[in-house]
Design a binder for this molecule. Structure first.
Ligand code: ATP
Ligand code: MG
Length: 418
């Protein structure tokens, strides 16, 4: 076992780092509940074909980022690279569209993609994901976006930008993709190898390219906004109008195509300046054909996913929290039994208590109480034992008082609870 380390691209979330994760999860549960979303937990692995069919075989995720393995019976399984496909599978399998009058769910958990690890990009990362089924109205797009932004705000992220686009649908996008492909083919010599390949496999992805030498060319390519059918154009105009109505600010970006094939109409992303190169904290959009594609009824859907690692990076640093309310310092061995009884009573009263079990000296115990950010240290030495009292030391004020043994638990409850 010596020298075993975490797998490349994975990371531990240590006890000292867990505070913002809890804040994120608490904010999700509180806020999503207000919008009628309930939690769903689906398996972290699924049949490979779910993702191939759902996300699209030509996407980066499916073609090179999935952790796929053969099970012992020969079936092909994949660690989920995103949450939507599994949720849609579950919604279909459990018939939630017909049994739940408001089929809206959220999920929190790990995702797996074999990408090149760097700051804000990992092979196991975590997402908060929200999905709403059964609604086509633009006001649902707006509500989902409002929820996404409200969630970031609830996590304390102040600085972010909402970027919006419409990627059309099955009626208008195919013709646009061909127009785009033709324009790209006419400029093939000026494209990177990646973009040349994507010209054939998935031309929309070229719009996503960050290669500096292609930017000028890409800026001059045909834009999806000029090729939307009337339905998609009206839908997007109404989404934007309602965002304006609610005072939600956004930037339109015709190059926002997102990496998953299932998106139609509204797509959006939120970036944060606090993040550096991997600046996208959240992505989402409408996926009206996906439920049907995966074998369910023709039910529309829309959702988003927030990367928790990136969200935490964008959040303000949290004050370190206290490990205990009370630190019991037993300085005389004869006091230990009484301390054990007091410790139990205090915990039953709802207080967090730690004590020294090893008989350390006063100085070392006070140091520990300090490091644990105890609110009070309660000392029981030979002198206190003789007088039938405890010394209660207020750590912040460095003041102390003697409290009768029989009144100690009541005293601390009054002082520290509420
Ligand atoms: P990126 O721009 O980083 O490639 P993406 O478009 O692949 O993101 P989505 O698949 O839409 O991202 O996932 C939504 C969110 O999940 C992202 O905005 C990001 O916060 C987070 N995310 C995606 N991939 C990773 C990863 N490898 N490591 C950490 N977070 C990630
Ligand atoms: Mg990606």
């Amino acid at each position: 076992m010596s020298g075993v380390r975490a797998v490349k691209g994975t990371h531990d979330i240590l006890p000292d780092e867990i505070g913002p994760w809890h804040r994120v999860e608490d904010a999700a549960r509180r806020l999503f509940g207000r919008y009628g979303y309930r939690e769903i937990r689906t398996p972290v692995f699924e049949e490979t074909q779910l993702f191939a069919r759902g996300i699209g075989a030509e996407t980066d995720i499916v073609s090179k980022e999935m952790y796929t393995f053969d099970d012992r019976d020969g079936s092909s399984l994949t660690l989920r690279p995103e949450a939507t496909a599994g949720i849609v599978r579950s919604v279909i399998e459990n018939n939630l569209m017909n049994t739940d009058p408001a089929p809206r769910v959220y999920a929190i958990g790990p995702m797996f993609r074999r990408e090149r690890p760097q700051k804000g990009r990992y092979r196991q990362f975590h997402q908060v994901d929200a999905e709403a089924f059964g609604a086509t109205a633009p006001s649902i797009d707006v509500e989902v976006i409002e929820l996404a932004l409200g969630f970031l705000e609830a996590c304390g992220v102040a600085e972010f930008e909402l970027v919006m686009n419409s990627v059309g649908d099955a009626k208008c996008r195919p013709a646009y993709v061909e127009t785009l492909r033709a324009a790209l083919r006419a400029n093939l010599g000026k494209l990177s190898a990646d973009s040349q390949r994507r010209t054939e496999t998935n031309p929309l992805r070229v719009l996503d390219s960050k290669a500096p030498e292609e930017q000028e060319l890409i800026a001059a390519l045909p834009r999806i906004g000029d090729h939307l059918c009337a339905e998609c154009r009206d839908h997007f105009a109404e989404v934007c109008r309602q965002l304006d109505l609610l005072g939600v600010r956004y930037r339109l970006d015709h190059r926002l195509v997102r990496g998953l094939d299932y998106y139609v109409k509204t797509t959006f992303e939120v970036t944060s300046g606090a993040l550096g190169a991997q600046n996208s904290v959240l992505g989402g959009g409408r996926y009206d054909g996906l439920v049907k594609e995966l074998g369910g009824p023709d039910v529309p859907g829309i959702g988003f996913a927030v990367g928790i690692e990136r969200l935490v990076l964008a959040m303000p640093a949290a004050e370190p929290t206290a490990r205990c309310d009370v630190y019991l310092a037993v300085l005389a061995p004869e006091g230990r039994d009484r301390a054990l009884v007091v410790q139990r009573a205090l915990r039953q009263a709802g207080l967090a208590v730690l004590m020294d079990h090893e008989g350390h000296g006063l100085k070392s115990q006070m140091k520990r109480a300090d490091k644990l950010r105890a609110r009070v240290a309660v000392l029981l030495g030979a002198d206190e034992l003789a007088r039938g009292v405890w010394t209660v030391r207020n750590m912040a004020a460095s003041s102390q008082e003697a409290v009768e043994d029989a009144r100690l638990v009541e005293h601390l409850k009054e002082k520290l609870n509420g």
